[in-house]
Design a protein around this ligand. Structure first.
Ligand code: FAD
Length: 414
């Protein structure tokens, strides 16, 4: 059996990995040259601790407040774009306590499965992508966030996740050489981190060596169908045929789905990151600055700083004001880290594929029985990639999924 995967991000590559492993012949069609996409410059965290979807109570009120601050970590560009309006309405409908409660167990299960699969993959492939299980630290400065975080520890513990509240002194002991200015922290022992750039490069090389064909600079512009089956996909000068197809086009997925008349509500959430290769102090444990929504990850001997979520269009502009927002937030928690503002050319950006209810789309289309959708992972796509790939392969192979994945039904907005 032969499968075609549209999109060579981490979701497409892991779909290829599990399909190939279960005996499929696989072609990946990628519009770029595979030197970059959202899966490279991200913060590299695998986070079972992120069991609350982006669409949650409080996000709307907070989001509106942030919209008036040019350095804020979250921004929705106001526009009469009908996709954005439709997305926003669905987001508001989903941002309820009930939705958060309904989603927690499923998000935990897929994250834990994925983390285990990362370890299996590391052993099996022999690729060193810097996977470490040191957990992540949620650092906070305000009493309001402290209250929220204490509540989250309780919820995490009830979900069976290993989370521990720490005083500033206890937090300091974990990285004794580094000065901290915080009110407290939560250590999510259940989380891991890695170097996404090493993972992506290693995975591409590994798949090609295993016989997966990767077609670079190959943009899918047309889908051909007959009744309830996709028969082929075309680029501007070539047609590709397979038994089954996977849409794994990240933030471009709605356009790809539309080629087959499918509706996948999704908006790009632009984020920025930059590397500091010779930091003033070495860090060993990743952290998230809660109030600033900035992620800090030790990576390849340096440190990666990342953040912001601009919901809007796909474009190549770097908003240096938001990058400054990241830079200025860091010494508020780590006083020794007075970072210079990076040059614009050294700022990486990527587009998180954000579904309106904050949950990924994973599974077979109800309209085409040989088409699967694997996208919408927003802030947790790197972490969820192996589990997503495995769920897609199991669906094509008619095997029982390793977890209950109904929450991620790819047809929920059809
Ligand atoms: C600043 C930042 C920090 C982040 N930190 C984390 C983190 O710590 N942990 C985590 O889990 N996640 C994190 N994320 C999110 C994560 O990076 C994404 O969820 C993930 O990379 C999405 O992967 P993807 O494969 O769906 O999309 P992409 O990586 O964008 O890949 C999609 C690919 O499809 C290709 N494509 C699109 N259309 C076509 C077409 N028509 N034909 C052929 N190819 C096409 C694109 O060129 C692209 O290469 C972060 C994101 C950002 C921006």
């Amino acid at each position: 059996m032969k499968a075609i995967i549209i999109g060579g991000g981490v979701i497409g590559l892991f779909s290829a990995y599990y399909l190939h492993k279960s005996g499929w012949e696989v072609d990946i069609l990628e519009q770029g040259d595979l030197s970059d996409n959202c899966s490279y410059g991200n913060a590299g965290m695998v986070t079972p601790s992120h069991f609350v979807p982006l669409a949650s109570p409080g996000m709307i009120e907070q989001g509106i407040r942030w919209m008036f601050d040019s350095k804020s970590p979250f921004y929705v560009k106001p526009s009469f774009n009908k996709d954005l309006i439709g997305w926003g309405l669905k987001f508001m409908k989903s941002a309820t306590k009930k939705h958060v409660e309904r989603s927690a167990g499923g998000l935990r299960d897929i994250s834990l499965l994925s983390r285990n699969l990362y370890h299996e993959f590391e052993k099996e492939s022999g690729i060193d992508f810097g996977l470490e299980d040191k957990g992540i630290l949620m650092l906070f400065k305000s009493q309001k966030v402290e209250e929220e975080e204490i509540h989250m520890v309780e919820k995490a513990t009830n979900l069976g996740l290993d989370a521990q509240y720490l005083t500033p002194e206890e937090t300091h002991k974990l990285q004794p050489g580094i000065e901290l200015d915080i009110l407290g922290a939560v250590h999510y022992h259940c989380d891991s981190h890695m170097s996404p750039n090493k993972l992506m490069k290693g995975l591409v090389k590994y798949l090609e060596a295993e016989g997966v064909r990767i077609h670079r600079n190959t943009e899918v512009t047309k889908k051909n169908q007959d009744g309830n089956k996709i028969t082929s996909v075309s680029t501007k000068d070539k047609e590709f045929t397979a038994d089954n197809y996977v849409i794994a086009g990240g933030s471009w997925s709605p356009g790809i789905a539309k080629l087959a008349g499918l509706n996948i509500p999704l908006m790009p959430g632009k984020g920025y990151s930059f590397m500091v290769n010779d930091p003033v102090k070495k860090m060993t444990i990743p952290s998230i600055l809660c109030e600033a929504r900035v992620a800090i990850t030790p990576m390849n001997g340096g440190i990666r700083f990342g953040g912001t979520m601009e919901i809007g269009k796909i474009n190549k502009q770097v908003n240096m004001n938001r990058v400054r927002g990241i830079v200025e937030s860091v010494p508020k928690y780590f006083p020794e880290f007075k970072l210079p503002v990076p040059n614009e050319k050294d700022v990486w950006f990527g587009f998180r594929p954000c579904s309106p209810d904050g949950l990924p789309y994973i599974g077979i289309s109800s309209k085409y029985k040989n088409l699967a959708i694997a996208t919408g992972h927003a802030m947790i796509g790197l972490g969820l990639a192996p589990a997503t790939g495995k769920l897609i392969a199991d669906a094509f192979n008619g095997e029982k999924p390793l977890i209950e994945a109904g929450l991620f039904d790819a047809n929920r907005y059809q």
